[in-house]
Design a protein. Structure first.
Length: 124
């Protein structure tokens, strides 16, 4: 059974993940960077590997259009250790469906930051 503290940590990671699909956040390099761990890396659904610097190319150029928000479903979280949360969910961006997995790490001064993300194209 999850404790209240575990649930609070999971909810904080979920809030960060949802901020990263917010068009206003994606339009700001500063806001995106504030949510990414200095050691951030991603294996994208495209097959490309991204880091903290190169992911800004995507968030800037492929900003989510407010009229067509990314639809997030089936999001669940697990506290792996204090300050480390694993999220899984499904995203649909105008018909492009992706299974997603994220690791969020808590920093005492900076709060919750995305450490690792992977997206895999999905049929469902």
């Amino acid at each position: 059974m999850e404790t209240d503290d575990a649930q609070q940590q999971i909810q904080a990671a979920i809030a960060g993940e949802l901020r990263l699909v917010d068009p206003a956040v994606r339009a700001s390099d500063e806001l995106v960077t504030s949510l990414l761990d200095p050691e951030f890396s991603e294996f994208g659904a495209s097959g490309r590997r991204w880091d903290r610097k190169t992911i800004l190319e995507v968030t800037r150029s492929a900003a989510v259009h407010p009229a067509h928000p990314v639809r997030i479903t089936r999001m669940t979280g697990t506290l792996l250790a204090p300050g480390l949360v694993h999220l899984t969910y499904h995203s649909d961006n105008q018909g492009r469906r992706v299974n997603r997995s994220s690791l969020w790490r808590h920093h005492p001064q900076a709060g919750w930051r995305l450490y690792f993300h992977q997206g895999t194209l999905s049929d469902s």
